[in-house]
Every structure is written in structure tokens, then in C-alpha cells.
Design a protein around this ligand. Structure first.
Ligand SMILES: N[C@@H](CCC(=O)N[C@@H](CS)C(=O)NCC(=O)O)C(=O)O
Length: 217
């Protein structure tokens, strides 16, 4: 059986992404959570991950690390789930915005870490963080404008791009960032996704905590 090795559900945005992808693929999988910032964390992750990072997906002796690589692997394993848009142009743009999320938005990621247990956290975003938020709003507005007649997700039907941006939607909720218009509707769509709601319920039940993230604001 597939096994997904994750970090704390409350904080680990990189873990949430492939978890959503596996759920969308309707593949059965086991989950193992390794809480971060604990005495045994480094050793536990080193045992399963060559990059010393999670998430890692195990499939019959194969280990795939890195959220986006896992998403691509799952998309190939479950082609019938159409985890990327069906048309080539849509796939290209969905991959471009997913790669942009995966590689960038450093200020936003640092200043507004995912923390599902918190809401209305007052922060004063730096200019770099504000620029990140503006670019995300631009992506959301542009893609929703182009695909509004095809469904509520970024490219109409749910795709890996939506998994990439779901943690961002939670950050906006936690830190009180309101985008307005179609971009905000899309944020609400991501936050009301039933798979995300299940992840969130599990996150709220976790007893582990990471002080440096909880101290923000
Ligand atoms: N680029 C990687 C980033 C993974 C990453 O940074 N994972 C964090 C948890 S969210 C981690 O494993 N940290 C190890 C540690 O803090 O000891 C991906 O997309 O999977």
C-alpha cells in the first residue's frame, strides 16, 4: 500500500499538498506523521528521506520525496483522475503556476507560515511579502477569469495547482488577508473543499506544537 510520510498537519503546508493530491486520485494510502521540532525529529526524517525533508511517498520499495515530484508521480499512477487540466495549454499553465508556488513566495511563506489553529493574527507584512500576496492575487484573478465557466477551481476542475495553493488560502485566512472578487471566491472554494476540511479536523486535534510559528503576531 502507498504510504505518505508527513509533518504536523497544523503547520506543514508541504505535507498538505500531496495529501490532497492522493485524495483527489482516490488512491488508498497510509499516513505517518513525524512532528517537527522534537528531539527525535531529525533522526526519524533521516531514516525515510534522502533530502532530510518530508513529505515522502513510499510505493512498493520506491521512495519519492518532494511535494511536487510526489504530485507528478500520483498523476502518472492515476491518469483517470485527470489531476492536471485535460488540455495541453491548461496543463502547461497549471504546471507553471504550481512551479512558481513551489519555488517562490519566500517572504510570504516565512512571514505567514501555515497555522490552521490560529485566526485573526495581526502581522505587518514586509514589502516583499506584500508583493508575494499581490502576485498570488494576480494568479487567482487571471486564472479564475479565464476558467470561470468550467468550474470553481483555478482551472475549472480541481487540479494539482489547487493543491499547491490550498495552504496559501489558509494563510490568508489566518493572517486576515482579504483579496476580494473572484480571487476571494476561489480562496473560499479551497477552504470549503471536503478533503481539506478532513485534513483540518485532524490538524485541530493534534497536540504537538511549534513555538516559533505560534509566536508570530
Ligand atoms: N521542497 C520540499 C520542501 C519540504 C520541506 O521543507 N519540508 C519540511 C516540513 S514542511 C521539513 O521536512 N523540515 C524538516 C525539519 O524541519 O526538520 C517539498 O516540496 O516537499
Amino acid at each position: 500500500m502507498l504510504r505518505l510520510i508527513l509533518a504536523n498537519k497544523n503547520y506543514s503546508s508541504w505535507s498538505l499538498r500531496p495529501w490532497l493530491v492522493l485524495r483527489a486520485a482516490k488512491l488508498a494510502f497510509e499516513e505517518v506523521v513525524i512532528p517537527l521540532d522534537e528531539p527525535g525529529t531529525e533522526a526519524a526524517i533521516a531514516k525515510v528521506s534522502p533530502s532530510r525533508r518530508v513529505p515522502v511517498l513510499e510505493d512498493d520499495g520506491l521512495r519519492v520525496w518532494d511535494s511536487l515530484a510526489i504530485a507528478e508521480y500520483v498523476a502518472e499512477k492515476a491518469p483517470e483522475a485527470h489531476l492536471w487540466p485535460k488540455d495541453r495549454e491548461g496543463r502547461a499553465i497549471a504546471r507553471a503556476v504550481s512551479a512558481e508556488m513551489h519555488a517562490g513566495f519566500t517572504a510570504m511563506r516565512t512571514e505567514m507560515p501555515m497555522n490552521l489553529k490560529r485566526s485573526n493574527v495581526p502581522v505587518r507584512p514586509s514589502a516583499a511579502c506584500q508583493a508575494d500576496v499581490r502576485r498570488v492575487a494576480e494568479i487567482f484573478g487571471t486564472m479564475r477569469g479565464a476558467h470561470r465557466d468550467e468550474g470553481p477551481y483555478l482551472f475549472g476542475a480541481w487540479s494539482i495547482a489547487d493543491a499547491m495553493f490550498t495552504p496559501v488560502a489558509t494563510r490568508f485566512r489566518t493572517y486576515g488577508v482579504i483579496l476580494g472578487g473572484a480571487a476571494q471566491d476561489y480562496v473560499e472554494t479551497l477552504l470549503s473543499n471536503p478533503d481539506f476540511a478532513e485534513w483540518e479536523r485532524a490538524a485541530l486535534e493534534e497536540t504537538s506544537s511549534i513555538t516559533r510559528y505560534d509566536a508570530i503576531g
